[in-house]
Unconditional design. Sequence first.
Length: 448
Amino acid sequence: MANRKCSLRALVIFALCSVTAFYLLSGSFDSTASPFRSPTSRKHPTHDDVDYDLLSGRVPIGDHSRRPPATNSHAVKAVFVILVRNHDLYNIRYSLRQLEDRFNKKYNYPYVFLNDDEFTEEFKELTTSTVSGKTYYGKVDGPMWNYPEWINVTKADQARADMERAKVIYGGSLSYRRMCRFQSGWFFRHPLLDQFDYYWRVEPSVQFYCDLDYDVFKFMADNKLKYGWTLSLHEYRETIPTLWETTRQYMRQYPEYVLPESDPGSLWDWVTEDKSASYNGCHFWSNFEVGASLRIVGWIGSIKFLRSEQYLSYFNYLDHVGGFFYERWGDAPVHSLAVAMFLRRSEVHFFNDIGYRHEPFMHCPTDRELITKCYCNPNDNFVARSVGTTSRATRRRTRISSTRGGLWVGWDAGRGCAGANVGSTIVEGGLMMSPPYLHMVNLTVRGL
């Protein structure tokens, strides 16, 4: 009996050894597995025999259509929108790599790249290879980019010359004005965006510091949000001398579109502090924006809002006045005034957990729970305060110090806008503030 059990055990062991030897000799195990790549992250062929890496989500250069399987069903029709030129290829890849690592590698949302020229094949290949989502490439021209027929070109040329002599930031640039007009009223009407409801605006050479463990677009949709932001600043006054009065004229002509200033949910007191006599210059910095149609430093928003009757009527009114070309109206104050006129506080969200830098400003969360997911120094934060958190009566003096050690004291606007009350705007290489204020770089706001 004992001999029979031993024979049976030996037979089982022999069978197991035979099966193991068969798989080893047939090469069924991944021969490329190494200490630097676990077998679970090896390359697998898709149904059409295109290899991709499950870790990076990359596909071979030259293929713009075949993607790795998405990790969600994209119940929210959302997209990253990027207005960029070919020469910014490596700067935008820098931004994309960070955005993928912090957020999109888990969700694989698509990207729309727009340019006023044709994209090169190199640009398409290298941006597609950087991201996990599907990529689309389009050109902006015609009425989206060029002068409208009602613009007096001679007057516009003279306005640029006058602003350039006055050393107004981008005062002499026609392409900058075209960009601001396009971002104010046209990007969300580009045919490539027809299939989407939400957008996240991304720009070259920006940094994303915080890991996001939730779907930002689904959060927007679930909470019926139409606009999201991370930074708010004051606009440079010399670029918008008549924007406020033009907006007030629009409000008087189309009162049916405007949320009453007396409404408890109104954001109007965020943009004016003297009963609408003047605009305080506060705006969501629009190179980061999340929205539901399709600007804040980084924008996230609703495309449907931008395509709404009231928003389009406001943009068309501004467009026919001509301030985008006769002055230098920016898309950030235009979007911000529209948000204040048409949306309630409950429809606007401050994304405190999205660490973000666009030179020279940075938002880094200071909350201990949030900073554990971030890779930035909260002491370098340029505070963008949530709308309506401080009344004018409780406004206090705020010390603003540059990282170079200099000190400067100014008023906090008390409406979500950190910084000087007179106005400030970004310039290449630093921050320019209206006289008599100082030129500073990498501001840190303390005492808020």
